[in-house]
Design a protein around this ligand. Structure first.
Ligand code: LRH
Ligand code: MN
Ligand code: MN
Length: 424
């Protein structure tokens, strides 16, 4: 964790400016009929889960360039997640990926408790073969033509539920790479049928208070067809499974220019929006830092979420899913968590009564201006004040750099070499 004195020193440096900026923004919002304290409270209560796999340096199919002090195992990963939460106060939960993060539940719980973290959705992995595995996933997992391979994938998912139940998690996220690389290689219908049968077995093993999240992705690793390729198939799956099944939207899993905010609205309307993997992309599943390419799109997604917030039963899970190749993962994840919070705060500023009026009177220009007004507002003082009041950092990246955390852990954690590409 970061030394309290260093954190306090960094906060002292920025405190006076923050106070002045916060007061000025408060006056400005007051003129717009918005109470800054109410927005700050909502931001303070907002959290986005960190993916355990995000704190390591990723890579591509071509190379991986390891950084110093990379986490060696899940306990190092949790330490890094603890730092992200300590400084941002926006990431109280961690999402585990099994078997990457396999460890005894009691040890995971003890470590999480020490760091003040809890566990969000469990993620299964049937897109890779493990060294001691009986059946290969080369030609698929839950939709494989071979019953024994499907069963192995089902069993793995059930093991993830069992571990998660001990950790206090209440959701399982399934993403499969199953698909095909050649026209004719698989029969689309029979492949989906096999997937549905197998996934139903996993669904039937869910405890009562659990949610099954299925994640769609247009392509990769399968390059001709993917069994759960879009939100349409995903919705059909969730409907086939039952009430405990919902759809997970990873922002990077769509074709360029797809209207993701509209997908969010559709899934919400029919009670099937289960959660998000936030990230950003330019071309495909780039797993770039959230809000780094198109912050307006992130805002538009949050605009739909704030719209839906009025329904008390609406509670999708918010998680990051990123891969970091050229930055320190802790810094990237902190910035991304703050970008998600920023989009949320900006969406909260939209005058929804006025917006609805302009929509109903077909005043397109004024309607869109209502959104822009929220997006253009610099809410940084709100986010920083919420962090400071919660004991976090006014400027998490500066405080982190001042702490020299990475240099210190690099002394205990040897560089993980390995020329292989990353998987996320
Ligand atoms: C697939 C994915 C999915 C996996 C993660 C490692 O591209 O987004 O969520 O579990 O990456
Ligand atoms: Mn994902
Ligand atoms: Mn992905």
């Amino acid at each position: 964790m970061i030394n309290d004195t260093i954190l306090a020193q960094d906060n002292d440096r920025a405190h006076a400016t923050l106070k002045a900026d916060y007061n000025a923004l408060g006056e400005h919002l007051d003129r717009r009929g918005i109470d800054i304290a109410q927005i700050k409270d909502k931001v303070a209560n907002y959290g986005v889960a960190v993916p355990s796999w995000g704190v390591g340096t990723g890579g591509t199919r071509f190379a991986r360039f390891p950084g110093g002090g990379e986490p060696r195992d899940i306990f190092d990963k949790l330490d890094d997640c603890g730092v992200i939460q300590q400084l941002t106060k926006a990431t109280p939960c961690v999402s585990l990926h099994i078997p990457w993060d396999n460890a005894p539940a009691c040890d995971l719980l003890a470590k999480a408790e020490e760091l003040g973290l809890t566990f969000d959705s469990m993620n299964s992995n049937t897109f890779q073969d493990q060294p001691d595995q009986a059946h290969s996933y080369k030609y698929g997992s839950l939709s494989h033509t071979d019953a024994a391979t499907r069963q192995q994938a089902v069993d793995h998912n059930i093991e993830c539920i069992e571990l998660g139940a001990q950790l206090g998690s209440t959701a399982l996220t399934i993403w499969v790479g199953d698909g095909s690389n050649f026209p004719g290689q698989t029969n689309f219908t029979r492949q989906l049928e096999r997937y549905l049968d197998a996934t139903k077995q996993v669904y039937n093993a869910l405890p009562d208070d659990w949610t099954l999240l299925t994640e769609h992705k247009m392509y990769e690793p399968a390059f001709y067809s993917t069994v759960v390729q879009d939100w349409g198939t995903n919705l059909l799956i969730a409907q086939q499974m039952g009430d405990k099944a919902k759809c997970l939207v990873d922002l990077g899993h769509h074709a360029p220019n797809v209207n993701i905010e509209m997908i969010v609205a559709r899934l919400t309307q029919f009670g099937k929006l289960g959660g998000f993997h936030f990230n950003d992309s330019k071309y495909g599943d780039d797993d770039l830092d959230t809000g780094s390419i198109d912050p307006y799109r992130l805002f538009l997604v949050f605009n739909e979420l704030v719209e839906a917030e009025a329904d008390p039963g609406f509670n999708p899970r918010h998680m990051l899913d990123q891969s970091h190749n050229v930055t320190d993962p802790i810094e990237s994840l902190m910035v991304s968590a703050m970008e998600v919070q920023r989009a949320y705060a900006q969406a909260l500023l939209v005058d929804r009564v006025a917006l609805m009026g302009y929509q109903d009177s077909n005043d397109a220009l004024m309607a869109t201006s209502m959104l822009k007004q929220g997006f253009r507002t610099d809410v940084e003082p709100i986010l920083a004040m919420a962090r400071l009041e919660a004991g976090g950092a006014i400027d998490p990246v500066m405080a982190y750099r001042a702490s020299r955390y990475r240099v210190k852990v690099a002394q205990e954690r040897p560089k993980i070499l390995g020329a292989g590409g990353g998987i996320v």
